[in-house]
Design a protein around this ligand. Structure first.
Ligand code: CP
Ligand code: NVA
Length: 309
């Protein structure tokens, strides 16, 4: 049997993504009912970068499913001492039912997956943050009554993992995805192309719009993220000045639909990509979004581990 991994958002097709979100909603409605990992079956959760939400939501979610989370920081493994990611994937597969990884290069994650015989889940890489997108889409379903045909505008660093995941996952969910950021920080053209291809099959669409005021006009969802992702702290770019026109403030939000919802995956750099009044305001859904990581990831694990049985 081929093992199912979740390395990028488009590893779930539209029907699968929708089924995972349905299950996530059911798990949220009856939080302690589902015991997919009873045994307990263990899940390894590996971090090469910092985390608060991902670390705790995976650990709590695995335990709520009756499983045993084993959370390890990169410094505690042999990855810095020459053990190959493929060997790590091979070995971990003998102990656990799934491997969840937050790391830098997507190629590193792909190498772990190439050795693994259990599902590998991307808990954030330089390229993508697909677990976050499942939570975001669950939040959009709750706040906007669905995803099909809704307009989602991402404003900020259009070249980062969140922008790429909005493109792929939003298109998969049938959304109209608009991306707005400085020209020097544009999305990867290959991801734009892939998202456009997906959108053509789901009734969604994908556009890049450089003027944020034009981009947010009439949108149902405004999303943003930090201008300095983990690992970019000293990459030589000015990570403030070019981004200033892309700050989410009350004036920008006023140009969206009156019912528009504001998303931020957190942690927020208050006063940079988003102002306090917007982040803490009535249109902000950021705490539901953070909570939904728990439900979405439980559903994802149940789906992936279920496919293995
Ligand atoms: N949103 C998110 O992934 O948060 P953490 O970095 O705290 O896990
Ligand atoms: N783009 C951010 C997301 C943090 C959850 C980063 O990679 O640091």
């Amino acid at each position: 049997m081929t093992v199912r991994h979740f390395l990028r958002d488009d590893d779930l097709n539209p029907a699968e993504q929708s089924a995972v979100l349905d299950l996530a909603a059911a798990m949220k409605a009856d939080r302690f009912k589902y015991r997919t990992l009873e045994g307990p079956r263990s899940v390894a959760v590996l971090f090469d970068k910092q985390s608060l939400r991902t670390r705790v939501s995976f650990a709590a979610g695995i335990a709520e499913l009756g499983g045993n989370p084993i959370v390890i920081d990169g410094g505690g493994t042999h990855s810095g001492r020459g053990e190959t990611p493929q060997d790590a994937g091979r070995v971990l597969s003998r102990y656990v039912s799934a491997i969840v990884v937050r790391t830098f290069a997507d190629s590193h994650l792909a190498e772990i997956a190439s050795g693994a015989t259990v599902p590998v889940v991307n808990a954030l890489t330089d390229g993508f943050h697909p677990c976050q997108l499942l939570a975001d889409l669950l939040t959009v379903r709750e706040r906007c009554g669905g995803t099909q045909g809704r307009v989602l505008t991402y404003v900020g660093d259009a070249s980062n993992n969140m922008a790429h995941s909005y493109l792929l996952a939003g298109a998969t969910a049938g959304m109209h995805v608009r991306i707005s950021g400085p020209e020097a920080h544009a999305p990867d053209p290959a991801i734009l192309e892939r998202a456009t291809e997906i959108a053509a099959t789901t009734g969604g669409s994908v556009r890049t719009i450089s003027d944020p005021n034009v981009a947010v006009r009439g949108t149902d969802v405004i999303a943003t993220d930090t201008w300095t992702s983990m690992g970019q702290e000293s990459d030589g770019y000015d990570r403030i000045t070019p981004f200033l026109p892309y700050r989410i403030d009350a004036e920008l939000v006023a140009q969206a639909a009156p019912h528009a919802v504001v998303l931020h995956c957190l942690p927020a750099h208050r006063g940079h990509e988003i102002t306090d009044d917007v982040l803490d305001g009535t249109q902000s859904a950021v705490l539901d979004q953070a909570e939904n990581r728990l439900h979405a990831q439980k559903a994802l694990l149940a789906f992936l581990v279920g496919e293995q049985q």
